[in-house]
Design a protein around this ligand. Structure first.
Ligand SMILES: C[S@@+](CC[C@H](N)C(=O)[O-])C[C@H]1O[C@@H](n2cnc3c(N)ncnc32)[C@H](O)[C@@H]1O
Length: 193
Protein backbone atom coordinates (compact mmCIF):
# COMPACT_ATOMS: atom_id res chain seq x y z
CA UNK A 1 0.00 0.00 0.00
CA UNK A 2 1.47 3.43 -0.91
CA UNK A 3 2.11 5.92 1.91
CA UNK A 4 -0.39 8.77 2.35
CA UNK A 5 2.11 11.14 0.69
CA UNK A 6 2.67 8.82 -2.29
CA UNK A 7 -1.10 8.39 -2.71
CA UNK A 8 -1.63 12.17 -2.56
CA UNK A 9 1.10 12.90 -5.10
CA UNK A 10 -0.19 10.14 -7.40
CA UNK A 11 -3.67 11.74 -7.31
CA UNK A 12 -2.18 15.24 -7.98
CA UNK A 13 -0.68 13.77 -11.14
CA UNK A 14 -3.81 11.92 -12.29
CA UNK A 15 -6.46 14.48 -11.16
CA UNK A 16 -4.68 17.86 -11.01
CA UNK A 17 -7.89 19.87 -11.46
CA UNK A 18 -9.57 18.17 -8.50
CA UNK A 19 -6.68 18.10 -6.03
CA UNK A 20 -5.17 21.51 -6.92
CA UNK A 21 -2.22 21.40 -4.50
CA UNK A 22 1.53 20.91 -4.54
CA UNK A 23 1.48 18.82 -1.35
CA UNK A 24 -0.84 17.89 1.53
CA UNK A 25 -1.32 20.70 4.08
CA UNK A 26 1.46 20.96 6.68
CA UNK A 27 0.84 20.26 10.36
CA UNK A 28 1.21 24.01 11.03
CA UNK A 29 -1.55 24.89 8.56
CA UNK A 30 -3.74 22.01 9.79
CA UNK A 31 -3.32 23.11 13.43
CA UNK A 32 -4.43 26.66 12.48
CA UNK A 33 -7.45 25.26 10.58
CA UNK A 34 -8.54 23.36 13.72
CA UNK A 35 -7.45 25.98 16.29
CA UNK A 36 -10.88 27.35 17.27
CA UNK A 37 -12.74 24.05 17.34
CA UNK A 38 -14.34 23.24 20.70
CA UNK A 39 -14.13 19.50 21.51
CA UNK A 40 -17.52 19.78 23.24
CA UNK A 41 -19.06 22.18 20.72
CA UNK A 42 -20.98 19.69 18.58
CA UNK A 43 -20.51 18.28 15.09
CA UNK A 44 -17.75 19.36 12.70
CA UNK A 45 -18.00 18.95 8.92
CA UNK A 46 -14.85 18.70 6.80
CA UNK A 47 -14.84 19.31 3.03
CA UNK A 48 -12.15 17.94 0.69
CA UNK A 49 -10.43 15.77 3.29
CA UNK A 50 -7.80 14.28 0.94
CA UNK A 51 -5.57 11.84 2.84
CA UNK A 52 -6.63 13.35 6.16
CA UNK A 53 -4.05 15.83 7.45
CA UNK A 54 -6.77 18.28 8.54
CA UNK A 55 -8.93 15.36 9.71
CA UNK A 56 -6.12 14.38 12.09
CA UNK A 57 -5.75 17.95 13.40
CA UNK A 58 -9.51 18.13 14.12
CA UNK A 59 -9.36 14.83 16.03
CA UNK A 60 -6.24 16.08 17.87
CA UNK A 61 -8.36 19.00 19.17
CA UNK A 62 -10.40 16.37 21.03
CA UNK A 63 -13.41 16.05 18.70
CA UNK A 64 -14.76 12.50 18.91
CA UNK A 65 -14.58 10.57 15.60
CA UNK A 66 -18.38 10.15 15.56
CA UNK A 67 -18.79 13.93 15.65
CA UNK A 68 -16.62 14.46 12.57
CA UNK A 69 -18.27 14.25 9.11
CA UNK A 70 -15.72 14.30 6.27
CA UNK A 71 -16.72 14.77 2.63
CA UNK A 72 -14.32 13.76 -0.14
CA UNK A 73 -15.17 13.00 -3.78
CA UNK A 74 -12.04 10.94 -4.62
CA UNK A 75 -12.74 7.21 -3.96
CA UNK A 76 -9.09 6.38 -3.25
CA UNK A 77 -8.84 9.14 -0.67
CA UNK A 78 -12.12 7.95 0.90
CA UNK A 79 -10.76 4.40 1.26
CA UNK A 80 -7.62 5.79 2.92
CA UNK A 81 -9.64 8.01 5.28
CA UNK A 82 -11.79 5.05 6.36
CA UNK A 83 -8.67 2.94 7.00
CA UNK A 84 -6.79 5.68 8.89
CA UNK A 85 -9.65 7.16 10.92
CA UNK A 86 -12.05 4.47 12.19
CA UNK A 87 -15.28 5.97 13.49
CA UNK A 88 -15.10 9.14 11.40
CA UNK A 89 -18.12 9.51 9.08
CA UNK A 90 -16.64 9.57 5.56
CA UNK A 91 -18.98 10.55 2.70
CA UNK A 92 -17.87 9.90 -0.89
CA UNK A 93 -19.72 12.75 -2.56
CA UNK A 94 -19.33 16.29 -3.89
CA UNK A 95 -19.13 19.10 -1.36
CA UNK A 96 -21.74 20.81 -3.55
CA UNK A 97 -24.26 18.45 -1.91
CA UNK A 98 -23.23 19.25 1.67
CA UNK A 99 -26.81 20.34 2.48
CA UNK A 100 -27.85 16.66 2.15
CA UNK A 101 -25.78 15.56 5.18
CA UNK A 102 -27.91 14.24 8.08
CA UNK A 103 -26.49 16.82 10.51
CA UNK A 104 -27.87 19.93 12.20
CA UNK A 105 -26.19 22.71 14.17
CA UNK A 106 -22.58 22.02 13.23
CA UNK A 107 -20.10 24.28 15.05
CA UNK A 108 -17.72 24.52 12.06
CA UNK A 109 -17.26 23.52 8.44
CA UNK A 110 -13.53 23.12 7.77
CA UNK A 111 -12.61 23.14 4.11
CA UNK A 112 -9.51 22.04 2.24
CA UNK A 113 -11.33 22.50 -1.08
CA UNK A 114 -9.71 24.40 -3.96
CA UNK A 115 -12.66 26.80 -3.76
CA UNK A 116 -11.40 29.64 -5.95
CA UNK A 117 -10.71 27.27 -8.84
CA UNK A 118 -14.35 26.11 -8.79
CA UNK A 119 -17.16 27.62 -10.90
CA UNK A 120 -19.29 30.22 -9.10
CA UNK A 121 -22.39 27.97 -9.16
CA UNK A 122 -20.52 25.20 -7.31
CA UNK A 123 -19.04 27.68 -4.80
CA UNK A 124 -22.53 29.03 -4.20
CA UNK A 125 -24.00 25.58 -3.51
CA UNK A 126 -21.09 24.74 -1.18
CA UNK A 127 -21.47 27.97 0.80
CA UNK A 128 -25.28 28.04 0.94
CA UNK A 129 -25.30 24.33 1.90
CA UNK A 130 -22.65 25.00 4.53
CA UNK A 131 -24.61 27.77 6.24
CA UNK A 132 -27.73 25.54 6.28
CA UNK A 133 -25.75 22.97 8.28
CA UNK A 134 -24.04 25.44 10.65
CA UNK A 135 -25.64 26.80 13.80
CA UNK A 136 -26.25 30.57 13.65
CA UNK A 137 -22.80 31.48 15.05
CA UNK A 138 -21.02 28.63 13.24
CA UNK A 139 -17.89 29.24 11.19
CA UNK A 140 -16.72 28.26 7.72
CA UNK A 141 -12.93 27.78 7.81
CA UNK A 142 -11.02 27.84 4.51
CA UNK A 143 -7.34 28.15 3.66
CA UNK A 144 -5.95 29.83 0.59
CA UNK A 145 -2.55 30.23 -1.03
CA UNK A 146 -3.48 33.50 -2.74
CA UNK A 147 -3.77 37.14 -1.63
CA UNK A 148 -7.59 37.40 -1.79
CA UNK A 149 -10.38 35.93 0.38
CA UNK A 150 -10.99 32.36 -0.80
CA UNK A 151 -14.72 32.88 -1.47
CA UNK A 152 -15.50 34.87 -4.61
CA UNK A 153 -16.87 38.41 -3.99
CA UNK A 154 -20.21 37.64 -5.63
CA UNK A 155 -20.95 34.77 -3.22
CA UNK A 156 -19.57 36.72 -0.21
CA UNK A 157 -21.89 39.61 -1.02
CA UNK A 158 -24.93 37.38 -1.66
CA UNK A 159 -24.56 35.80 1.79
CA UNK A 160 -23.31 38.95 3.55
CA UNK A 161 -20.29 37.08 4.86
CA UNK A 162 -17.93 38.61 7.39
CA UNK A 163 -14.43 37.22 7.90
CA UNK A 164 -11.17 37.20 9.83
CA UNK A 165 -7.83 35.98 8.50
CA UNK A 166 -4.78 34.43 10.14
CA UNK A 167 -1.18 35.48 9.74
CA UNK A 168 0.60 33.86 6.83
CA UNK A 169 1.69 30.31 7.61
CA UNK A 170 5.12 30.07 6.02
CA UNK A 171 5.69 26.41 6.89
CA UNK A 172 3.41 25.11 4.16
CA UNK A 173 3.94 24.43 0.46
CA UNK A 174 3.03 27.01 -0.73
CA UNK A 175 2.59 29.37 2.26
CA UNK A 176 -1.10 29.89 3.11
CA UNK A 177 -3.56 31.85 5.24
CA UNK A 178 -6.67 30.63 7.06
CA UNK A 179 -9.92 32.59 6.70
CA UNK A 180 -12.90 32.24 9.06
CA UNK A 181 -16.26 33.27 7.59
CA UNK A 182 -19.49 33.94 9.51
CA UNK A 183 -22.95 35.20 8.72
CA UNK A 184 -23.60 38.74 9.94
CA UNK A 185 -24.67 39.01 13.58
CA UNK A 186 -28.22 40.44 13.82
CA UNK A 187 -28.25 43.89 15.44
CA UNK A 188 -29.52 43.83 19.06
CA UNK A 189 -33.16 44.83 19.16
CA UNK A 190 -33.69 44.17 15.44
CA UNK A 191 -37.01 42.54 14.60
CA UNK A 192 -37.48 39.81 11.99
CA UNK A 193 -39.75 40.62 9.03
C1 LIG B 1 -6.02 20.85 -1.87
S1 LIG B 1 -6.58 19.18 -1.59
C2 LIG B 1 -6.66 19.24 0.21
C3 LIG B 1 -6.51 17.89 0.85
C4 LIG B 1 -6.37 17.92 2.37
N1 LIG B 1 -7.56 18.45 3.02
C5 LIG B 1 -5.17 18.74 2.79
O1 LIG B 1 -5.38 19.90 3.21
O2 LIG B 1 -4.05 18.23 2.70
C6 LIG B 1 -8.28 19.33 -2.13
C7 LIG B 1 -9.16 18.12 -1.88
O3 LIG B 1 -10.50 18.44 -2.23
C8 LIG B 1 -11.07 17.34 -2.94
N2 LIG B 1 -12.16 17.89 -3.77
C9 LIG B 1 -12.06 18.70 -4.85
N3 LIG B 1 -13.29 19.02 -5.31
C10 LIG B 1 -14.19 18.44 -4.48
C11 LIG B 1 -15.62 18.44 -4.42
N4 LIG B 1 -16.38 19.11 -5.29
N5 LIG B 1 -16.21 17.73 -3.42
C12 LIG B 1 -15.47 17.05 -2.52
N6 LIG B 1 -14.11 17.01 -2.53
C13 LIG B 1 -13.47 17.70 -3.50
C14 LIG B 1 -9.91 16.77 -3.73
O4 LIG B 1 -10.17 15.43 -4.13
C15 LIG B 1 -8.78 16.90 -2.71
O5 LIG B 1 -8.73 15.78 -1.87
Amino acid sequence: MPSDLALFIGQILTKPHQVVALAPSSRFLCAQMAAEIDPDGGPVIELGAGTGNITRAILDRGVSPGNLHSIEMNPQFCARLRANFPGVNVYEMSAGDVSALPIEDAQAVVSGLPLLSMPTALQRSILTGTFKKLRSDGTYVQFTYGPKPPVTKLVRDELGLQWRKSKKIWWNLPPARVYRFNLPTPAIGATAH
